[in-house]
Design a binder for this molecule. Structure first.
Ligand SMILES: Cc1ncc(COP(=O)(O)O)c(C=O)c1O
Length: 402
């Protein structure tokens, strides 16, 4: 092993580059541009839809806003009921379900994809199920054909949270194109960044119009459908057509500056993702499979983070991993995506009680023995190999490995 006291390895590096900053400067030097949502946002939405392969996209000010507006649109289209969600996800996925008045129904995860276990999802579907709201965790595809076929057969909408996984594919098709709606985040530590930002994508024109209205105060004039606008104007002749508010909604618009950065970033997303995928493969290839999980389903994956999950509930190895990462300057997050088992969080304990989390043992293992580590395009390959050697040499509780 090379000497590598400090690997100087943050969760993310250089995600907003000089070309992005130059794009903003050039834009600002233009002819006194409008900076609130306007043509740059529309162009970014159009380019994103083309990149993803969907008909419509709505740019919002965060991935969490995308989650919330998606649940608002689901409530409009399907009414209230149950939404199946994973316990390993970001807080805003569950918060959006609760805030919109749905009942979250949890299922445990598949240890090889970190997404929901398909058999359990199918078991938890009832006559009240309004959607399966799946999260593709840290670049791994969470879909399989059984799930897609069954949901189609039972007419249950699929909603994909792709905030951590854009660019990843299932059977060669991009994640985010399988569901009725899909959500993306452009937070700094993700595959690309607009500083803050998120996108909602869909092939449904009806949902697109509703989502646009929800993004801007519920205003009917935000709908792109002449038919929708006309129907409201005819029904409410006492209202100024400029100010008809269809829903009690939000202002979740972003700005032109964020869209300029997004358009600049999108140009290099595919090239960056290719490097990230090679990095992950190198990391998993070099890890000791007796100590760490290396059997993730990587086909089509596209990860902005390395998943480090201990094979056994080995407290000694876990402590040694954390000490070694700190000692070598490697930033990490314990619990993996969103801090681990959401059911252990105070907001869900208050709602579901103090023991509910014990019913989800697979996610609980990740909660205590899972980590993620940054994976960015200019991460040096030698550092990946060095880190694997450090991790492989760490001592655990030998009783686990006899
Ligand atoms: C799976 C998932 N969904 C939603 C979000 C929320 O995105 P944002 O931070 O842009 O609000 C995140 C954020 O990290 C996430 O990981």
């Amino acid at each position: 092993m090379r000497s590598c006291k400090n690997l100087d390895w943050p969760l993310m590096r250089n995600n907003i580059g000089k070309t992005d900053v130059d794009a903003v400067i050039n834009f600002l030097r233009g002819d006194l541009p409008i900076l609130t949502q306007s043509t740059q946002v529309e162009e970014f939405e159009r380019e994103w839809s083309a990149w993803l392969g969907v008909r419509h996209s709505v740019f919002v000010n965060s991935g969490s806003s995308a989650n919330l507006l998606t649940m608002c649109a689901l409530r409009e289209s399907a009414g209230l009921g149950e939404v199946i969600v994973p316990p390993l996800t970001w807080v805003s996925d569950i918060a959006a379900v609760l805030q919109c008045g749905f009942k979250p129904v949890f299922v445990d995860i598949n240890p090889r994809t970190l997404g929901m276990d398909t058999a359990e999802v199918l078991e938890r579907i009832t006559g009240q199920t309004k959607a399966v709201f799946l999260t593709h965790i840290l670049g791994y595809n969470g879909l399989d054909q059984v799930l897609l076929d069954e949901l189609q057969k039972r007419k249950i909408p699929l909603i994909e949270d792709v905030c951590e996984s854009y660019g990843a594919t299932f059977h060669g098709q991009k994640l985010g194109t399988f569901g009725m709606i899909s959500n993306f985040s452009f937070y700094y530590a993700h595959h690309m960044s607009t500083v803050e930002g998120g996108m909602i994508s869909t092939d449904s024109s009806d949902l697109y119009h509703v989502l646009r209205m929800f993004r801007s105060h519920g205003m009917v004039r935000e709908s792109k459908s002449e038919g929708v606008r006309q129907a409201y104007e005819n029904r409410y002749p006492d209202l100024n057509p400029e100010f008809i508010f269809a829903f009690p909604a939000y202002n979740m618009r972003s700005t032109e500056i964020n869209a300029v950065i997004g358009r600049s970033q999108l140009k290099r997303l595919d090239a960056n993702n290719k490097i990230r995928t090679e990095n992950l493969q190198l990391f998993l290839r070099n890890l000791d499979p007796h100590k760490y999980r290396t059997d993730f389903e990587t086909e089509g994956s596209c990860n902005y983070a390395f998943t480090l999950v201990l094979k056994q509930p080995d407290t000694r190895l876990c402590q040694n991993v954390m000490s070694a990462l700190r000692e070598h300057g490697v930033e990490f997050r314990r619990g993996s995506s969103g801090g681990g088992n959401q059911l252990r969080q105070p907001y869900l304990r208050k709602l579901l009680g103090e023991t509910e989390f014990t019913k989800y043992p697979v996610v609980d293992h990740v909660h205590f023995y899972g980590f993620y580590i940054g994976n960015y395009p200019d991460l040096e390959r030698e550092k990946i190999q060095d880190l694997c050697s450090i991790l492989n040499q760490l001592k655990g509780d030998t009783s686990h490995y006899d």
